[in-house]
Design a protein around this ligand. Sequence first.
Ligand code: FAD
Ligand code: NAD
Length: 491
Amino acid sequence: MKKPGKFDRNLIVIGAGAAGLVSAYIAAAVKAKVTLIEAGKMGGDCLNTGCVPSKALIMSARVAQQIRRAGQFGLRTVEPNVDFPAVMRRVHESIARIEPHDSVERYTDLGVEVLRGRAQLVDPWTVSIALNEGGEQTLTARAIILATGAEPFVPPLPGLEEVGYVTSETLWDSFSRLEEVPQRLLVLGGGAVGCELAQAFARLGSQVTLVEMTPRLLPPEDREASEVVERCLREEGVRVLVGHKAVACELDAVSNKRCARLDHGTGEETLEFDQLLCALGRRPRLQNYGLEELGIVDDGKLPTDGYLRTRYPHILVAGDLVGPYQFTHMAAHQAWYAAVNGLFGDIKKFRVDYSLVPRAVFVDPEVASVGLIEQDAKDKNIPVTVTRYGLDDLDRAIVDGADRGFVKVLTVPGRDKILGVTIVGENAAELIAEFILAMKHGLGLNKLLGTIHIYPTMAEANKFVAGNWKRAHAPEKILKWLERLHRWRRG
Ligand SMILES: Cc1cc2nc3c(=O)[nH]c(=O)nc-3n(C[C@H](O)[C@H](O)[C@H](O)COP(=O)(O)OP(=O)(O)OC[C@H]3O[C@@H](n4cnc5c(N)ncnc54)[C@H](O)[C@@H]3O)c2cc1C
Ligand SMILES: NC(=O)c1ccc[n+]([C@@H]2O[C@H](COP(=O)([O-])OP(=O)(O)OC[C@H]3O[C@@H](n4cnc5c(N)ncnc54)[C@H](O)[C@@H]3O)[C@@H](O)[C@H]2O)c1
């Protein structure tokens, strides 16, 4: 394994999802000779099986729900007439419209060489590509970025293969073949995928049961946010079973009935379903392309340093493959570090900044957060002041019938320094942008309060939570003194 004296490329990027596309783009922008290799579809999970199809489906479901809610706005209520094949066609049309953003043509124009095929690391500097159109190509590179993503985790549940299931990867094609929305849908996993899709399918007419083994939905989120989501899902007819763990599945060969067995601590419940969605997390793609053979993956682990370098400093990683956050915007964030450290790390390298990672779960109402969560502050004994503003008080939320949710801000006690924000509400993922910017640039709640917000908007909630904080931190001594001054001036 001698390091070559000369290389074919400055950089080879394996995987053309969010992480790989952005890495290759950055390398081309600084005039490196870069090859991007993709075995499957350009755009990876986000475009083809993740963010894009799920948000398109959520939009159809939202419209169905608006129709159902018409009575609340003085219109005659009707039950939406869901044309499920048309809904799924719209999902695929949305993907098709966005596809050009991630296409071979676009990246070729940007100066990236794109090869369609399966990459395999032969030695630390050499990649062989089994080309999709046939044949093989071998290239050496001075740096390599692994951006091969993750895939749905399917647990070894007895009977699961026999009953059949879909995952976020197979659902979009599999359900496109259905004439009607699945009648009884069982969703395993109450994380982001499970909650978003459970609500969407319930709104489109499925009888949905959502099963989560921990005591609450969306375990990493604010506890009160989980409660709001659970309440809203129940109100919309989703059967939510928290504290229930799927332990086995059964197929009755005679009646063709499919069941899941759920353990709830004190016993088991058996549940019948027509379709089963496995949404139990995503695990990194580590196997069958040379990582184990080179010792990059050791005992199923992929050790990296703060610069996204593997045990070979010129082989770097980005995106879902490495985590710890599996978001498209995180993949893009890491891609910058991987590309810059890969190309210039011997001159100057940059440690990845994980200090401010925003996220959102696109249930309705949305849950968006950035920085510290109240529960984490308690668990880690971090002292915080919690300030809250309920959307049931906000003029725009009331007129729009969007008054469910809250804005919660955690600050350093006695100081105007924001540590974390959770927003639950319509368009929370948009509303939180103001706080992300404020936190990034060290602006406190006083600055937010001193900023004019348009009336009547949902964004006023950000100002009003700052107002609540200000009132709670009013300078009592000065106010007492002013009261005396005014009394004296009245004579
Ligand atoms: C249902 C769902 C909804 C989601 N919604 C959101 C959301 O709203 N917002 C958000 O931020 N995130 C969301 N995500 C997460 C987001 O999709 C991922 O975090 C993101 O796509 C990860 O990008 P990546 O580049 O790391 O990996 P991927 O997109 O998985 O790309 C990896 C690519 O590598 C290719 N590959 C693998 N091995 C090889 C090989 N040996 N040779 C060549 N190519 C190879 C694969 O074919 C794949 O295209 C969602 C995920 C799911 C499942
Ligand atoms: N809006 C977004 O940004 C978005 C949307 C979807 C997915 N994603 C990303 O995709 C990744 C995967 O999402 P996910 O929801 O599949 O995974 P997840 O890890 O977030 O949730 C899986 C859930 O399944 C539960 N679980 C595990 N085994 C179980 C069992 N046997 N029975 C019942 N429950 C069980 C876990 O407790 C967990 O809450 C996440 O990390 C997320 O970052 C992001």
